[in-house]
Design a protein around this ligand. Structure first.
Ligand code: MN
Ligand code: MN
Length: 301
């Protein structure tokens, strides 16, 4: 395969298999009233147990929260009754990243919205091949969602994946748009339609809450605890997002808050705000990672 030698391809496929198994196991264990942190920790532990590493914290985004929520340390929130729960996970094996998501539905009235997201993903997977314009994929996803009576989220997109990179530049919008870009054989993409009600705003906004972070650049910090934390982030997560939970026990608890605040203030680390549907309507998501092959694509997850 173009862009991948045999060993790299094996690692990429292993990453996808670990993630697929994890997604299916997590799907079977999420229950109403379960602590959200339990879902996050179980998913991340499964990825590790199967021989991968989480490529980003397990996202558990509920109802109108569209993406980017993971449990902060000591999270007491639970899966609400009658909710729509998006579990979005990522794994990597030696930097070969895969990304997948499933929506678990505890509300019968929202079942069709979930099916619509899955249908849109299926259509895109059937259509994607070398030289497919990203504008054509966006139009196809949008048309599929609208034909079911729903609306796509216009400002959340699929994305190209690179080594140690969840978002490697190019994006795959879920709506018709002007672009000259085309997908190429040997490229890896996450395709992820997000669906909401027709009368919703159909876009997300940043919430003030931030639970996911990423190392940006090294900075000289005065506080020795901040320095130690930042070095750990650079060595262990590199260019990949992480959760505050993953830093537990590295420095004495009483110094943690101050050190973490200092790192954020220095801009050595960036935060990803939680995304909320702008009109407060529920959002469903489906996602797979695919490798573009000579005559179509290989679904890795
Ligand atoms: Mn994802
Ligand atoms: Mn993704």
């Amino acid at each position: 395969m173009k862009g991948f030698d045999e060993e790299a391809l094996k690692k990429l496929q292993q990453s996808g298999r670990i993630l697929r198994e994890t997604r299916e196991e997590v799907k079977g264990l999420v229950r109403e009233n379960m602590p959200i942190i339990e879902v996050c920790e179980k998913a991340e532990a499964l990825i590790r147990k199967k021989g991968g590493k989480p490529a980003f914290p397990c996202n558990v985004s509920i109802n109108e929260i569209a993406a980017h929520y993971t449990s902060p340390p000591g999270d007491t929130r639970r899966i609400p009754e009658n909710s729509l729960v998006k579990v979005d996970i990522g794994a990597h094996v030696d930097g070969y990243v895969t990304d997948t998501a499933v929506t678990i539905c505890f509300n019968h009235e929202l079942r069709d919205m979930v099916n619509t997201a899955e249908q849109a993903l299926k259509k895109a997977i059937e259509a994607i091949r070398p030289e497919t314009p990203t504008s054509k994929l966006g139009a196809l996803i949008e048309q599929t969602i609208k034909s079911h009576g729903y609306k796509p989220i216009s400002n959340l997109t699929g994305h190209k994946i690179g080594r140690y990179l969840v978002h490697a530049g190019a994006s795959l919008p879920n709506v018709a748009h002007f672009s000259l870009s085309k997908v190429k054989a040997g490229e890896v993409y996450a395709i992820e339609p997000f669906v909401t009600f027709q009368n919703a705003a159909g876009k997300v906004e940043n919430s003030p809450e931030v639970t996911i972070f990423r190392f940006v650049k090294q900075k000289s910090l005065e506080n020795p605890y901040a320095k130690k934390l930042l070095e750990h982030m650079e060595e262990n997560f590199r260019t990949l997002p992480f959760a505050e939970r993953w830093l537990k026990g590295l420095i004495p608890q009483k110094h943690f808050k101050g050190a973490f605040q200092e790192i954020l203030a220095s801009k050595a680390v960036m935060g990803y705000p939680v995304f909320i549907e702008a009109s407060g309507k529920p959002v469903a998501q489906a996602e797979h990672t695919v490798l573009i092959t000579e005559d179509g694509c290989l679904v890795l997850t």
